[in-house]
Design a protein around this ligand. Structure first.
Ligand code: PMP
Ligand code: GLN
Length: 379
């Protein structure tokens, strides 16, 4: 068969996950919590299943969930969105990313992505016949070089993909970044895709700079979120996309034929829980900041070097004082020989730089983090 994605192999998350299982390593690789979702949320899923809410939901999502999302967006980002015309619930942020790209990108279009970039963006661009233009985020701060963005923009540029807080670096966009972006795109028809799945995981008293805070940016953006990260349920694969009505209409044309709907009882349970327990996400920054701090404190005695992540549940660690292995070999060695699984950062690049970073996920019980750090400090 003539592969449409000849470069694509098995994702690193699967490769490292399987290696971790095989060697009984502590899995700080793929990003998922090892603790449970709130009991009240689990109970609501059970309730709705028992009530017989087990058939197809409306294509755009269960109404009560879209209303709860619109309320949250109003309270958190001071933006009024129509639950009917501007909110679509999807089976995970991944599907939302795919639908937004597929709905807008045609053969020959260029899409600007910033490397390291989450792995699902480029295949979606390629399947639409588009071309990803990779611009680097420069370590150690992994900031966007806006002059390079300006230089890269041309009449073929159809979309810019942003991700803040950023996987895998933990970097966040600032209000100035958004103002600069707004000035750059103001006289163009460039669309924006803003992957904000870690919206609640911003630390040290900073606030999340959503594109929804900014009128001009929100007017041309698909802003994508995931319940998986916010409610510790990555396996539920439920997320949503906020976009102006004209963009949402195109988005839904794709969504209705890719999956049609997300899972009904899960949506109903999330709607109940969002309404009844807004404290859950208000507590999240402190909850995850404590985990970041614990992991970082425990790692001070190691030979890894790091700057604590500004957001997400990922911590990059520079291992250049420990080994000259490339990062994939290093991640495999850590998993196989040292009992702690990590993700190599080069897999998020088109052209990996010389830097030596691995990514650890700290969405884990405190005791898991302490045990993992203990093993890593012995290296
Ligand atoms: N974007 C980023 C940056 C992510 O880290 C993830 C992680 N899973 C996703 C999108 C996908 O989210 P979901 O599991 O809801 O599809
Ligand atoms: N977003 C998760 C991570 O970065 C992985 C999701 C996946 O396995 N596709 O670890």
């Amino acid at each position: 068969i003539n592969s449409k994605l000849p470069q694509v192999g098995t994702t690193i998350f699967t490769v490292i996950g399987e290696l971790a299982n095989k060697h009984h390593a502590i899995n700080l690789g793929q990003g998922f919590p090892d603790f449970s979702a709130p009991q009240g949320l689990l109970d609501r899923v059970d309730f709705h299943i028992q009530q017989g809410h087990n058939q197809y939901a409306p294509m755009a999502g269960v109404t009560s969930l879209r209303e709860a999302i619109a309320t949250k967006i109003r309270q958190r980002y001071d933006r009024h969105v129509s639950f009917d015309l501007e909110v679509t619930v999807t089976p995970g942020a991944t599907e939302a990313i795919y639908c937004a790209i597929t709905a807008c990108i045609s053969p020959g279009d260029e899409v600007i992505v910033f490397d390291p970039a989450y792995d699902s963006y480029e295949p979606a661009i390629e399947l639409s016949g588009g071309r990803a233009i990779h611009l680097p985020l420069l370590p150690p701060e992994f900031k966007i070089d806006w002059q390079r963005v300006k230089d890269a923009i041309n009449p073929k540029t159809r979309m810019i993909i942003l991700n803040s807080p950023h996987n895998p670096t933990g970097a966040t966009l600032s209000a100035e970044d958004l103002a600069t972006l707004a000035a750059l795109v103001s006289d163009t028809d460039i669309l924006l895709l803003s992957d904000e799945v870690y919206e609640h995981l911003v630390f040290d008293g900073e606030t999340h700079q959503s594109l929804l805070l900014h009128d001009e940016l929100a007017a041309r953006a698909f802003v994508i979120f995931s319940f998986g990260k916010t409610y510790h349920v990555t396996g539920w694969k439920t997320g949503y996309c906020i976009a102006p009505a004209t963009l949402t209409a195109e988005f839904r044309k794709v969504h209705q034929y890719v999956t049609f709907v997300a899972v009904t009882p899960i949506q109903l349970a999330l709607a109940d829980f969002m309404r009844d327990c807004p404290e859950h996400y208000q507590q999240l920054p402190a909850f995850y900041q404590n985990k970041r701090d614990l992991f970082c404190e425990q790692m001070v005695g190691s030979r890894f070097q790091f700057t604590p992540a500004a957001g997400t549940f990922f911590q990059l660690m520079d291992y250049s004082e420990i080994s000259s292995l490339d990062d994939r070999a290093m991640a495999e060695w850590l998993t196989r020989e040292k009992g702690v699984a990590a993700i190599p950062v080069s897999v998020f690049y088109k052209e990996p730089p010389e830097t030596k970073y691995v990514r650890f996920c700290f969405a884990k019980e405190d005791e898991t983090l302490i045990k993992a750090a203990e093993l890593l400090c012995r290296i």
